[in-house]
Design a protein around this ligand. Structure first.
Ligand SMILES: Cc1ncc(COP(=O)(O)O)c(C=O)c1O
Length: 389
């Protein structure tokens, strides 16, 4: 029996060693606090659960989903209305919107929709690890565009070698950004559209944190700038705004050709989202925007707590304004892994080491704010005790 070569190209999971240590510590009775995973702990709002239960009882919803891989029209209409209302973007639900099993699924299908084996795919580094994995599974070549604090975490397109640009057929962009928390800007979007047009590059703008922004930062869709729909598909998700990570529902919007190509991949891969989940999704998009405001209030307080603690232990930096992550420089003279190891050994607090997100992640750690308040307070108290003064 053979296992596909493409899987062996996917880099090993950097948390493996740490996970072993965590499991051992837990078995020894240590009270481990993990700040490593970005997954809201607050429950999905009641009305969304009610709508799932109501529609799950309707037998016709037990069959293959309506409109299968595209998503039901009513869901696509709700997405279009949400985009109009929240980002001022007009979308035609007929051919510019597609239902997805989360935005992660869209990233993967984008590769199969827009590239051929051997193509280069540009991606930001540090970046969401699933991009690299999908690029490699598509037998394409990832090219890392450095995301550096000195450039406000924007890639510099002019720095990409000409021969790379020539072979590049697709690009992942993601703001508000995981892991750095950096936010996009209209000016950058215009640059990206011009670069993509000039070089025949399809953009996958992954935007699942579009609603998680702080301190007056504008909520943005990539599709809000002229010409974006000529070159880009945007992915979004109900996972983060409505605490629905486990429900697996998201959407792709934008260029009708890319949307149709992703739909074709889906048609031959899965049969769409359970109708009852789509009805629940419509309920979320239409009725539960209050949840977004509530969650932002919660994350804002946690963010202030972490930034306050970091300041007290001598790590003072200007955090970007998006996502529920904080991308924090490690103390001078230590690598990311040395710092995460020391943190774990001394405080039993687990954070993500920067290199897990790419080579340009060295020198940073990522803290996620999706932990209950009491646990975060406890983690910060331990850190202050260990590293303070
Ligand atoms: C940048 C980015 N894209 C996509 C996803 C996946 O989101 P979804 O739950 O919609 O698949 C995540 C989840 O953490 C993410 O950080």
């Amino acid at each position: 029996m053979q296992i596909a070569d493409r899987l062996s190209k996917i880099p090993p999971y950097l948390f493996m060693e740490l996970r072993k240590k965590i499991n051992k510590a837990k078995a020894d009775g240590v009270d481990v606090i993990s700040l490593a995973i970005g997954d809201p702990v607050e429950p999905t709002p009641e009305s969304i659960i009610d709508e799932l239960c109501r529609t799950a009882r309707i037998p016709e919803n037990h069959r293959y989903p309506t409109d299968e891989e595209k998503g039901m029209y009513a869901f696509r209409e709700a997405v279009a209305a949400w985009y109009r209302e929240r980002y001022g973007v007009t979308l035609n639900p007929a051919d510019e919107v597609l239902g997805l099993i989360g935005s992660k699924e869209g990233c993967h299908h984008f590769i199969f929709a827009c590239t051929n084996p051997g193509d280069i795919v540009l991606m930001t580094d540090p970046g969401y690890p699933a991009y690299r994995a999908s690029i490699l599974m598509g037998n394409c070549e990832p090219y890392s565009m450095p995301m550096l604090p000195a450039n406000d975490y924007f890639p510099i397109f002019e720095d990409i070698p000409k021969d790379v640009v020539k072979r590049a057929k697709a690009m992942f962009l993601n703001y508000p950004n995981n892991p750095t928390g950096a936010c996009g800007s209209r000016e950058f979007f215009k640059k990206a559209v011009a670069f993509a047009k000039q070089n025949g590059i399809a953009i996958c703008y992954d935007n699942p944190y579009s609603e998680v922004v702080f301190e007056g930062q504008e909520r943005l869709s990539f599709l809000c700038v002229d010409g974006a729909k000529d070159v880009a598909v945007e992915l979004n998700s109900l996972s983060k705004p409505y605490n629905m990570t486990g429900w697996r529902i998201g959407m792709a919007m934008g260029n009708p050709q890319i949307v149709a190509a992703i739909s074709k991949v889906k048609e031959n891969t899965d049969s769409g989202i359970f109708n009852a989940v789509q009805f629940a999704g419509i309920q979320a998009l239409k009725q539960e925007n209050e949840n977004i405001t509530r969650m932002l209030g919660i994350y804002r307080k946690r963010r202030e707590l972490v930034l306050g603690t970091l300041k007290k232990i001598g790590i003072d930096f200007k955090a970007p304004k998006g996502t529920f992550y904080l991308w924090i420089p490690v103390p001078k003279g230590m690598t990311s892994l040395e710092f995460t190891d020391r943190l774990f050994e001394k405080t039993a607090v687990v954070v993500a080491a920067g290199p897990a997100y790419g080579k340009y992640g060295e020198g940073f750690i990522r803290i996620s704010l999706t932990v209950p308040d009491a646990r975060l307070k406890e983690a910060m108290a331990r850190i202050e005790k260990e590293f303070g003064g």
